[in-house]
Structure formats: C-alpha cells, structure tokens
Design a protein around this ligand. Structure first.
Ligand code: BES
Ligand code: ZN
Length: 614
C-alpha cells in the first residue's frame, strides 16, 4: 500500500464503491453456546455509479441468509465466504441481483463462533462475584468482523441501533446511549457515526455509581464503590479536555471497569470507556489512563485513522492530549515527566518487542502482510507524541499550536484521516504565518525512520532528575553503602517511584540484584505488600532480572492476577530467557491461557517461543 493511500490493507471492503451509513443490530447473547446470533441490517450508500456486489469483512461467522431489504419485503441474494486468511479473516461477497445505485439495505442473518477473536466469555469462576457469567467485546484493531459482517476499516463510519436479548438477571452495556432495558431486552443507539472498531458490548452482573453530570462508573458490585473513588477525577478530566478540544459530542461518558482478563489498559469505546481493574491502585495514581481514553473522544473517535498504517494519528495525538490534560491538572513537571518516561519505554520496545520488525519502528508503516494488532507498540504512541510536541515547540508553544489543533479537529470531525491530511492541514494553517518553520520539518525522518528518536524535544526534567539520583544510588553502590546513603529520598511521588523501578529494570546494573538488594529496595520505598500494579509489574521484572528463584511465586501470582498485555508480555518474554524458569512459565501459561483473549494468548505464546492452538 502506498504511504499516503486511503486504501486499507487490512480490509476487503471497498469504500470507494459503497459505504455503510447505519446498521441495525438484533443480537441474542447466548451464554450456553457462547455465541451471539441474530441479524444485521446494513444501510449502504452506493458512492460509485453503480455496483453489482458488496464486499464485507467477516471472521469465523456462520452466515445463514442474506437478503436485500426493499419496501416490498426481503429478496434473498446469493453470497460466498472466502477461505479465512490468518489474522485478517475472510471476504464475504454479496451478489446483487441487478446493477444498483443510490441507497441499499441488506439484511444478514448470522451467528458468531464461540471462539470469535473479538469476544471473551468468562465462566462465573472467572468473575469477581463468582455467580454469573460475563462476556465482553474488544474490536480494535480488526475484531469487529468476528462479531458482525462489516466494512471493518477506519475509513468507514456509521451510526447504529442495537436490540440485545440477554439473560434478564444480567446487565447489557453498549457503546452508545441506552434507550431502554427491561426483561432481558436492552436497546441502545449511537447517533454519532463510528468506525466498526468502536463497536462494543459487555454483558454481566454489572452495577453503577455516579461519577458526574454525564458519567457513571460500572463494575461488578464487589468493587464498584472503590472504582467510584479511584476514578473520581473523571469529570474534571473531561472538562479539561473540552477546554482544549471543544465540546464533547457523545452525550455520556461512562467507565466500565473490566474483569482482569481485559487485555488493554483502556479502550475508548464511545460513551463507554473500558478500563483494566489493574488501575485500582487505591490512590488515583494510575487514573491518567482515563485522561487518555477521554482524549480519544476527539482524536480517534471524532477524527479517526483511516487504517492502521496511520495509527499514530489516533494514539500519538491522544498521548499528546493526555499530556496536556495532565499538565493542566498536575503541572508542567508532571506532564514532562510522563513524556520522559515514555522515551525510555520506547527504547525498551525498540530493543525488545520490535527488535526484528523494523517496519513497525516507523511512525507510518506499510501494513501489507502484517497483523494490525502488532501496531500496538510504543512507536505510534511515543514517537507520535514527541513529533507533536516537537511541532508545538517549533511553532511557538501551546498558544500557537492549540488553535491549529482545534482547526484540525474541526476540519476532520466525523471523518477519517491519513498522515497526508494532517500534513496538508498543517501547511494550510501555517502557510504565510510560519513558512520558515514549515521548511524545517524533516518529514521523512519523523515518519519513516527506524530506531530511536533522533530529535528529542526539551522537557522539564525536575521530576526525572530526582529519579535519576535514586537510580544512581542503587546502580552504583554496594548494599551496605546504600542503606545510609545521603541521597536516598523516600518522599518521591508515586509516579517517580514507578519511574525509578522502570529505570532499574532497563538499566544495566553495576551491582548484582540479590535477595538482599531487592528486600532493601522494597523496604526503603515501602513497596512491601503494595497493590499498585505498576509497582508489582516492575518488581516482578526485577525478580526475573536477578534470577531470584524464590520470588517466582510472586511473579506467577502477578501474572495470573491480570492479563493486561502491557504487563504480562514483557514478563513472559523475560522468563523465556531464563532457562530454569522457562518450563515453569510455559506450564503456568498453559494453565491460565483460557482466561486470556485469543490474540493475547497467541502473543504470549509467541513471546514464550511456543505454538498453541485455540
Ligand atoms: N485504543 C487503545 C487500545 C488498543 C490499541 C486496543 C490497539 C487495540 C489495539 C487505547 O486507547 C490505549 O491506548 N490504551 C493504552 C493506555 C494508554 C494510557 C496508553 C493501553 O492499553 O496500554
Ligand atoms: Zn489510546
């Protein structure tokens, strides 16, 4: 695919011929069969002069019937489903009886597989309450096609209405506005057009607490009060985002705190952000993920990447906004500390996860033959965020750049974009205002170079200086010198402590990581018995780095307490390199893999160097 093309290498659909405008969904959620069955009525706008067929994306769907819906009734039409291509799915070809133009409604009757890649079915034992089953979807990057036949590309956006039948004792939540819910039938609609990857559903024993004027937090009963406390800053974050970006158009902003198997930190489903329960630290220190997902309400959900080659337009922009919210709420030092942390995450990612895939080290990638889920790495996030910060500084800071940012949002809201749209808008806006600045931008370097950033913006280092001072102490002193070292500072902010641990994991240590060293570290900063998942994650990596066999129990406890990929994948990758622990890691993984989402289990298998079939 060419660098700036709107064509989507991960979709069979042909948006240049026909686009989805609206979809009516009639879903029956069956927990016994672990399937969704029902009907999708897709309203198409034919944009070519006339067409004779429609191509849709499907994956593991059983399609029983396709009809064209006319005023006079339903007309059956023929269809074929191609063989499945790994990671991509299959092509559904719908043959139209005659050359057709204008508008068209097509009804598809179908059922999902119990192994649908976009759905997770949990038995009651794997929920907190242990009484009821739970199911949820995760459609990004391209799993919507395992739930409903669709044009599964960011280039196409549509509204939907969904009528969902489900066990009456459970609650069904969708990424939209609820119209009604009674006796096991729940109706939702989304009147703002969305790409297929933002379709979302969760059904379970879920209750809510209020968070603000347009926000509630949903979770299982056992943790919902704690969730309300942890995410109490949600309304303030939303208000801050509106100050930066303009009005919030999605009417409601609810959070759903997911079961531990949720593979991401957060997912920006419209009206219903899903977040991992690993954010429940007890002190709101990990709640900035919510600021990130809120930011997607503009960058991603309103202005959408047309395909995953331009994923940075979603995630880099969102990191940039998240930083702005953090800056306004917690100060410039905090904002820049966050950005600096990102830089070391990027380094870790380039040397680990992306070591052998230079293509994915580029901000704009050629996805031909690649799985779009593999674009989930620090590159679009951190390189993207730094590029925008670089541009902001270049054009004279927030006072100059934020108006441009709003101009860009205004121009592309409700639309889909590729990198060239961003570039041309930057020129459009700054032409005649800052021509000398425009010519300074090395686009090739920023967009297509592999390896680490060559241009790093100047960040405020006051928070990170304090961290480095601690790192120095731990890395360069024998244990008896550390104990009473004058530079030890136990009053660091939680974010700085996370930074300290992250750096200790990444830096080559001049001292050996021993049980005594770790214990001293843990007691010095009060990590013993912590529930903060960011501490637990980095500590687990330190145990593995030090080959502390006696700590493996703690490592596996953490690995089995959540299946957030950002946490479990690096630890399994570390364990894979430790010959004595590797067989135990594989054994542990085999035991718990059924609780992971399919693509998460597959990624971890890859990290462990084994193959599994699920
Ligand atoms: N949209 C992403 C999650 C995602 C990315 C799902 C790619 C599927 C494919 C979400 O907004 C996100 O970026 N989550 C981050 C947290 C954030 C604070 C950086 C995550 O889960 O790590
Ligand atoms: Zn994101």
């Amino acid at each position: 695919m060419s660098r700036f093309s709107k064509g989507d290498p991960s979709s069979y659909s042909e948006p240049e011929n026909v686009v989805t405008r609206h979809t009516d969904l009639f879903w029956n959620v069956d927990f016994d069969k672990q399937t969704i069955s029902g009907e999708a009525i897709i309203h198409f706008d034919i944009v070519a002069k006339e067409i004779e067929r429609i191509l849709l994306d499907v994956s593991d769907l059983t399609i029983s019937e396709v009809n064209v819906v006319t005023e006079g009734g339903k007309i059956p039409v023929t269809f074929t489903v191609s063989d499945e291509v790994k990671d991509i799915g299959a092509k559904l070809t719908i043959d139209l009886p005659t050359k057709t133009s204008g508008e068209l409604k097509v009804s598809i009757t179908y059922e999902t597989s119990s192994k649908a890649s976009g759905l997770q079915w949990l038995t009651p034992e794997n929920t907190l309450g242990k009484k009821h089953p739970y199911m949820y979807s995760q459609c990004q990057a391209i799993h919507a096609r395992s739930i409903v036949p669709c044009q599964d590309t960011g280039a196409v956006k549509f509204t939907f209405k969904a009528e969902v039948t489900h066990p009456s004792e459970l609650t069904a939540l969708l990424g939209g506005v609820r119209l009604s819910s009674e006796n096991g039938k729940t109706v939702y609609e989304q009147t703002v057009p969305i790409p297929a990857y933002l379709l979302a559903i969760a059904v379970g024993a879920i209750v809510s607490r209020p968070l603000g004027k347009i926000s509630k937090v949903w979770a299982e009963e056992g943790i919902v009060d704690e969730c309300a406390e942890e995410f109490s800053e949600t309304s303030q974050m939303l208000a801050t985002a509106e100050e930066i970006c303009g009005p919030y158009v999605w009417k409601i902003y609810d959070l759903l705190v997911m079961p531990p198997s949720f593979p991401y930190g957060g997912m920006e489903n419209p009206c219903l952000t899903m977040i991992t329960p690993t954010l429940l630290a007890g002190d709101k220190s990990l709640a900035t993920v919510v600021a990130h997902e809120i930011s997607h309400s503009w960058t991603g959900n309103l202005v959408t990447n047309a395909n995953y080659e331009h994923f940075w337009l979603n995630e880099g922009f969102t990191m940039f906004l998240e930083g702005k919210i953090a800056g306004r709420m917690f100060g410039r030092e905090a904002r820049d500390f966050h950005a600096i942390q990102g830089l070391s995450e990027l380094q870790d990612c380039l040397q680990g996860q992306l070591k052998d895939t230079p293509e994915l080290q580029k901000l704009v990638v050629d996805l031909t033959g690649l799985n779009p889920d593999d674009t989930y790495s620090s590159v679009p996030y951190i390189k993207g965020q730094n590029f925008l910060r670089y541009l902001e500084d270049l054009f004279g800071g927030p006072s100059q750049f934020e108006p441009f940012f709003r101009f860009y949002l205004e121009k592309y809201k409700y639309k889909s974009v590729v990198t060239d749209d961003f570039k041309s808008t930057l020129y459009e806006y700054f032409n005649g205002k800052a021509d000398d600045k425009l010519t300074q931008i090395n686009w090739d370097e920023w967009l297509y170079s592999t390896g680490p950033l060559k241009i790093v913006p100047k960040y405020d280092t006051s928070y990170s200086d304090a961290v480095h001072k601690q790192v120095e102490v731990w890395n360069n002193n024998p244990i008896d010198k550390i104990k009473n070292h004058p530079d030890i500072d136990t009053n660091l902010h939680v974010w700085q402590l996370i930074g300290l641990l992250t750096e200790l994991v990444q830096n080559p240590n001049n001292v050996e990581i021993t049980e005594e060293w770790i214990s001293l570290l843990e007691t010095t900063y009060g990590f013993v018995g912590t529930r903060n998942s960011a501490f637990l994650f980095t500590l687990a990596r330190l145990y593995v780095k030090g080959r502390l066999f006696n700590r493996l129990n703690q490592v596996f406890n953490f690995l089995n307490s959540n299946f957030r990929m950002k946490y479990v994948r690096p630890i399994y990758r570390d364990l894979e390199k430790w010959p004595e622990a590797k067989p135990l890691a594989i054994e542990n993984f085999q035991k718990v893999k059924s609780q992971m989402m399919k693509f998460c289990a597959q990624s971890v298998a890859k990290d462990l160097g084994i193959t599994i079939d699920i």
